[in-house]
Design a protein around this ligand. Structure first.
Ligand SMILES: [Mn+2]
Length: 317
């Protein structure tokens, strides 16, 4: 349906439960937070709900603390933001299916199943672009705070405007968000650059020990329990480590080995494009995508490295 009809239908309700998808990212949260403010400005009662814990990065924004784990308001309508189908709602999927309310779905995924009564699905680099279009159709003026939330979604889903689906339209909306007071450098620092000292220490420690194989076409980032202990870092702080060796010209595949416990390693694989790492991970019962995948391996560090080297060498031919 058109954004105008979607907006008109939404303007006719008195109360809304806004649903973000499970394991929320900046786009679904930016969509939900800005929508909550837009509805407030129209006098439409609303609540924001997400089944999962909100990552610390986003709790930095005071409004995100108002996100609930389950619906409390007996609202007239439900609006799902950035969800391709009801399964993305996680534990709330069943509740959504059973609810006898007006159901809205505003999203940007090609896989969207048009699972609601009112569906606005428009493919673009972030759902926050669709939200900006919705507010315009609803006659809502963007405040600085709303502009910031929309910019957050746009930045996170577009990889800071670096993905192939970023088009002129995305940058024009971004330009408008900056005009409204969106804080591009503050958000960029907060979302992509800052880190805890423990993570920095762990990073420098493991990167100084990166190993290369197959004529420097394969890299191994190894994170042992001992490294975590020595630096005080947590397992989840290793997110992103695997990407770094891909910046080396010769490296085609980067592999991170996280020692979960003795002789058990969680493996993450990244490819520059020549190697299908989904095929590599599949050999070991894992999987994922062509350029990013993972699996679990058991054995000593040297055994695990040997098996991975062999598997990658088969795909490098
Ligand atoms: Mn998204």
């Amino acid at each position: 349906m058109s954004i105008e009809s979607f907006a008109e239908a939404l303007l006719s309700v008195r109360s809304v439960t806004i649903l973000s998808h499970m394991r929320p990212d900046g786009d679904t949260l930016g969509s939900a937070l800005s929508l909550s403010l837009a509805l407030d400005s129209l006098g439409i009662e609303n609540e924001m709900v997400c089944e999962s814990v909100i990552p610390d990065t986003f709790l930095h924004f005071p409004l995100a603390k108002r996100m609930k784990r389950e619906p409390k308001l007996d609202a007239e309508a439900i609006v799902c933001v950035d969800c391709s189908d009801e399964k993305r709602l996680g534990l709330l999927g069943d509740w959504f299916l059973r609810a006898r309310k007006k159901k809205f779905n505003i999203d940007h995924h090609i896989s969207n199943t048009n699972f609601a009564d009112y569906n606005y699905v428009n493919l673009c680099s972030a759902n926050c672009l669709n939200m900006a279009r919705l507010y315009k159709a609803m006659g809502v003026e963007l405040t600085k705070e709303m502009a910031n939330y929309l910019l957050m979604g746009l930045l996170t889903d577009s990889g800071a405007f670096s993905h192939s689906d970023v088009d002129g339209d995305a940058l024009r909306v971004a330009g408008d968000l900056l005009d409204r007071g969106g804080d591009l450098d503050g958000l960029s620092y907060h979302l992509f650059k800052r880190q805890r000292m423990e993570r920095f220490r762990l990073n420098t420690r493991v990167m100084s020990k990166v190993r290369f194989a197959l004529e420097d076409r394969l890299a191994f980032v190894v994170v042992l329990q001992e490294d975590l202990k020595e630096t005080g870092a947590k397992q989840e702080m290793t997110e992103g480590f695997v990407d770094f060796p891909l910046t080396v010209d010769s490296v085609e595949v980067s592999c991170a080995l996280l020692e979960v416990k003795r002789e058990q390693f969680k493996i993450s694989l990244r490819s520059k494009g020549k190697v299908n790492v989904n095929a590599v991970a599949s050999r070991f019962g894992g999987g994922g995508h062509i350029l990013a995948s993972g699996c679990m391996l058991f054995g000593t560090l040297e055994e695990v490295i040997d098996r991975l080297s062999f598997a990658v060498s088969r795909e490098l031919l």
